[in-house]
Every structure is written in structure tokens, then in C-alpha cells.
Design a protein around this ligand. Sequence first.
Ligand SMILES: [Ca+2]
Ligand SMILES: [Ca+2]
Ligand SMILES: [Ca+2]
Ligand SMILES: [Ca+2]
Length: 296
Amino acid sequence: MLIKWIFIASAVGLFISVSCLSACGESSSQSISQRIAFTSVRDGDFEVYVMNADGSRQARVTNNRDNEGSPAWSPDGSCIAFASSRNGNWDVYIIKTDGTNESRLTQNSAYDEFPAWSPDGTKIAFQSDRDGPYQIYLMNTDGTEQIRLTNVQANDRTPNWSPDGNKIVFASERDGDREIYVMDVDGSAQTNISNSPDSDEWFPTWSPDGTKIAFISDRDGDWEIYVMNVDGSVQTNLTHNTADDGCPTWSPDGLKIAFISDRDGDFEIYVMSTVGSEQTRLTRSQGDDVFPAWVP
Ligand SMILES: [Ca+2]
Ligand SMILES: [Ca+2]
Ligand SMILES: [Ca+2]
Ligand SMILES: [Ca+2]
């Protein structure tokens, strides 16, 4: 079940010392526009990997005995934020894409996960259950000034930024089922845009041109990838199969969506057009490959 990837618990593991937070602000001259980060269990536990968008050159970024999840790129493509359970609970870390300069940003016993880098590179939104149910928080990219944006007695999860940096889209259970919500970056104007009370919607991601939101829904009996306009209109199923499809992420040119599916046995990463055509498998590993994140 897709949800299992969100709640993987693991034992206390390695502690990796941190250094040089400023490294992630440096510009990168590498050609990086067609890279996808993801996590894979192919080596025994989950690690962050990067690959080219055609599936070639799959390379490991993290290396430890615990689990890593939910990678997110810095806007300049030089760093990846991710969650790790190496200290006995989930915390947000950042690392350079060559595996150096790893830094821990959250320092508490709660589950801190699903980092999302602001388009201007100055903030990271994330989910945490430090105050009760999962809520959406914001911090600087060095971990300072952690503030809470949502305040309801139900889970709010998986934040993602609008490309203009003015809004955050997330999934909320406040209405009894999961829906897609949008809010301003100060936490105001929280609005249900999916409005589908008979099904669960989550994992929203904003299209690069700002006009669409991709998400997943189980309204057809299993998880499928959908897209809708940012006002929630024209909700369209892109997948149509009996497997679980999840974790959509847009290519920077807005022409493709990468996602996960277990249609071939275990979860692998696939890519398709934004109307659901040309669905192509990118990973072929033993074990699951999940959480694709296309470089911005
Ligand atoms: Ca690991
Ligand atoms: Ca934590
Ligand atoms: Ca719903
Ligand atoms: Ca499906």
C-alpha cells in the first residue's frame, strides 16, 4: 500500500556530523535540467538517488543503514533536502547532490518529513507531528526560525510550493477524508480545492507554469494520478489501471509527469505526458523505488 512509504519506522542508526550549510546556496553550472531524485531500497535500506530523466546514470547520494525518504531539490539543483530516520525518528536533512555537506535541520523527537524548498531558495516547508497531528511548518534552509503554518486537529501533510512562491498546496484530513488545500505562505486563506468527500486526495504538486496541480486519488478504487486546475476544476485521471500509482512530480518544462506505480510488481518510477500518454518505466531494481522529484 502506498501509505506504507510515509510511515516507515526504523531503529536508531548512524549519526553523521554536519557542516557547511552555505554550500547549498552556491550556484551550479552543471547541466542538471533533466535529473530526477528518488529513494530506493535496492541496497537493503532506503537511500536517496539521482538519475537522468531517461533512467540512465542512477547514482546513490546518501549512504547509511537507516531509511531516507521524500527528497526535494534546491531551486538551483545543487542540493537535495530529504527526511531520514537515522536518529530514531524522522528529521529533515540537506545534502549536496555529490553526497557531501550533509546537514541536519530539525532536532526533535517528532516525525519531521516531506521538505519542500521555496522557489526563491530561502525557506523549506515540511510536515511535523511535534504538536499533535501532522501540521505544515516553515523554516530557513539552515533550520532556524521553525514556525507553524497550519493549526487544526487533523493531519496536514505533503506541502508543495506554487512556482511564484506565494502559496503552498498540501493535503489535509480536517474534513474527515483527505482533500487538497491551498494557503498563502503565512498560513492564511486555507481553502479546500479538491472537494471530493467520498475519496482521499493527497500528494499535490504544482505545475511549473502555475496553472495545474497534480495529485493522487483513490476515487476509482485504487490510487491514480490526477491533474486539476488550481481552483479545483476539471479533475482528470491520467493513469487508469488497477495498480497503485502515486507521487507525481512535474518536469521543469511542464511537459511530463514522473510518478510511482506497482503495476509491474513492486514500486518503480515511471514517466508520462501530462495527458497520461506514453507511460514509460525508468527504474528496474530489486525492491521499491519511490518519491521521484524532478529538478526545478
Ligand atoms: Ca539509508
Ligand atoms: Ca524529528
Ligand atoms: Ca476527499
Ligand atoms: Ca491505479
